[in-house]
Design a protein around this ligand. Sequence first.
Ligand code: ADP
Ligand code: MG
Length: 413
Amino acid sequence: MTHQQTAQQAGHDDGTRAEELSRRFAEVYGHAPDGVWRAPGRVNLIGEHTDYNDGFVLPFAIDRAALVAVRLRRPDGAGHDGDAAAAGHDVVDLASTWAPDDSGLTRARFRIADLVPGAVSGWGAYPAGVVHVLAGLDGVEVPGFELLLDSTVPVGAGLSSSHAVEVATIVALDDLLGLDLDRPAMARLTQQAENDFVGAPTGIMDQSASLMGRTGAALFLDCRTLESDLVPLPVAQHGLTVLVVDTGVAHSHADGGYGARRASCERGAAALGAASLRDVPDGADLTGLDEETARRVRHVLGENRRVLETVERLRAGDVRGIGELLVASHVSLRDDYEVSCPELDLAVDTALAAGAVGARMTGGGFGGSAIALVPAGHTEQVRTAVAEAFANAGHRAPEVFVVVPGEGAGRVR
Ligand code: ADP
Ligand code: MG
């Protein structure tokens, strides 16, 4: 897998990585890029399975990011003859340093004129989806370009490596084409790219965190209104670190489980006479629902409340105080929503027993990653305990690493 590779790269700062990427770009394409842009992955601190219920989420951008070096085929913007395709100027060349079998660059190539959903498979679908939605905007003409991607966001760990690719692509093209899109607009466009072009029914949280996150802060996002607000998350000043435990597992029922949970929520809302669970007051009488639906609804109502309480505590400067809310979130996801798995439960229980002040699964569940809020002095202890517990249980060795609430997407050079 690529985790080894990304762990090594994570030590480099983005400026150095951008310089290396520019050099590599010149090797691959024979000339320098127009620039380098970055977009981080994200961790969802709390607010799980609330996004598609019009609820609240609290993700933060992390210090692992996708970098893209890009060069437009018409860097001077000249020659608007409306026939870029005929002139061969609408060819997009993509290359990534990530390869599933570590075999070097993974490349893709397409013409913008040929772009329809399904036309590009594999990772190229993410940048292609972004091109497709931008080209569909009034008055926007997207020329061909060359792109080289290098990302330190581990793939498939639930840290949104896919959104990092999309967001890096859209900030680069927005900049190069002078589109001047605002961040919420870019979030909606990348969501559209993912829903309509890639074909994944995902929400708006991940792109928003990557686009609007700031160093030392989490992004409080209302998934109904799309209003967002930064909330201080000064973990280091409070002597804390956030550890990610990437279990490396992806249980096969993840897709079906996700769809079933969404359906339960819709059923629950309808039975309670609400358009969405956002409109059901916390503490509503759930006795009319079947037992399973009631538990699903209870999770969503409780999780929204926990997000609001987390925001309140962080605004009051009580970073340690959010630990118990993280634990309550995990218990609810495990018992009421039933989207955890043995590996995630083991990661959470072990981290707590080894000194974490809070821990929970993060992301959709059925595998992926857990996070733990750990006193800085206990980081190694937690790391070792988790590794040992996984070995004793016969699970594959997890990747355990520190993440820092970092800056949202932008130009690097
Ligand atoms: P995640 O939780 O990491 O977003 P997904 O399955 O949603 O997991 O997305 C992973 C996919 O994103 C990969 O299979 C690949 O298509 C794309 N991707 C992510 N990072 C890279 C990269 N560095 N190079 C090429 N493709 C990438
Ligand atoms: Mg993804």
